[in-house]
Design a protein around this ligand. Sequence first.
Ligand code: PLP
Length: 434
Amino acid sequence: MPDPLSTAELLELDRRHVWHPYGPMPGRQTPLVVESASGVRLRLAEPVEGRAELVDGMSSWWSAVHGYNHPVLNEAAGAQLGRMSHVMFGGLTHEPAVRLARRLVELTPGDLEHVFLADSGSVSVEVALKMCLQYWRSLGRPAKRRLLTWRGGYHGDTWQPMSVCDPEGGMHRLWSGVLAEQVFAPVPPAGFDAPLDESYAVGLRRLVREHADELAAVIVEPVVQGAGGMRFHSPAYLRVLREACDEYGVLLVFDEIATGFGRTGRLFAADHAGVTPDVLCLGKALTGGYLTMAATLCTPRVAEGISRGEVPVLAHGPTFMGNPLAAAVALASVELLTGRDWAAEVRRIERGLRAHLAPAAELPGVRDVRVLGAIGVVQLDREIDMAAATRAAAREGVWLRPFRDLIYTMPPYVTDDADLARIGAAVCAAAREG
Ligand code: PLP
C-alpha cells in the first residue's frame, strides 16, 4: 500500500487532476474529504465547522437508501467478489443478473417483462429512448423519432437524455441548437394533492395528438421532477398521458431513476397512478447506492416490435452490462428493502420531515416548503450561496448539497428521529445563511 496522502496533498491533487460533477478544471471549490461512511454518517478526514462526522441528508443523490457499510450488502458484495466481479455479457450469462431481472419484473407494475441491465441512469435512459425509436423504425414508421416531455425535467447528462432535459432553465442550456429538437409540454401544475387541472390535461392531450405522427415516445419523471427543480405533481397527469399515448399511438416512458424503490411513499411512483409505462428506467437506489447499475424494463409489445425489424436486435451492449457484482448487490438491496416494512419507514421519515422543515416556512425569503415520502424541499426566492448554505448545514452536523433556489433532503430510510431533527435544523440553517 502506498503511504496515505495528507489531506492537503489529496486536495491539491484533486484540484489539479480530478473533474467533479459540473466542476471547473482546475477545481475552485474545496470538496470535503470523506474517509469512510457507516450507517447514515460520513466520516471526514478533517473536521468541518467542528464536525468530524456528518449525517448524510442526501443519500448520495437518492441512492444510499439503507445507509452505508450495511452488513447485508457487504456480505453480498464479498460473496460475489469471491466468485467473479465481472464477465462480459455477450454470449455469457450468470445467476446474479438473471435473478435480479426476475425480481424487478415481479416488483414493477404491469407487464414490464424484459430487462436491460445498464451501467448508469443516463445510459438506461439512452437505452429506453433507443428502444422507442427502434420500435417505430422496426414497424416501418421511422418518422416517429421525436420525444415529448415536460419542461423542467432532468434525465441525465448523455446526449439523447440531455435533449429531453429542461431546455431553458436547466443544466444543458449550453447545447441548445445542437441537441435533437424535442416537443416540450409545460411543467405540470404544482402539488401532489392538487386536483386535476382540466385545461392543463386538455392541452397535454392536444400536444400528444398534434405531434403523434412524429412522436416515438413521451418521457417523464412521474410525480417528482428531481434535479430539474424538485417539483411534485399529481399522479392524475400520468393517467392523462397513458390514455393519450394509447389513443394516439405513442410509447410512454417513466424515468424512475430518482423516484424508484420507495422514495415517494410507493415502491414506484407509477403505483400512485396505477399506470404501467411501456418502458421504465431504474437506477440510483437499485444497488442501495453501492455500485453503478441501472435497469431499463419494457413490455412484450416493445420487445416484439423491435424483433420484427430489419435489425431485429436491440442495438446496445456496453462492456459492463449486467455486471455480476453490481447485480448481486442490487438483488440483496432489493430484498433488504422489500423484506421489511419499508413503507412504514418512509411514512415515519415523511412525518419527521414535515415536522422539522415546518419552521423553515417562517424564515425570510422562503417561498415554499414541501414534503413527499422521504423527500423534503425548501425553496427560496433567491439563488442560494451554496458554500454558505453547505457550511451552515455542516455546523448542524449534516451534509446537504443545495442548488439554485433549492435546499432539499432525501435521507436514507434508516435515518432515526434524532437525525431527522438534525436534518431539519440544518435545512433551516442553510435557508437562513445560504
Ligand atoms: N434520470 C433522473 C430522474 C435522474 O435523477 C438522474 C440523475 O440524477 C438521471 C436520470 C441520470 O442518472 P445517472 O446520474 O446515474 O446517469
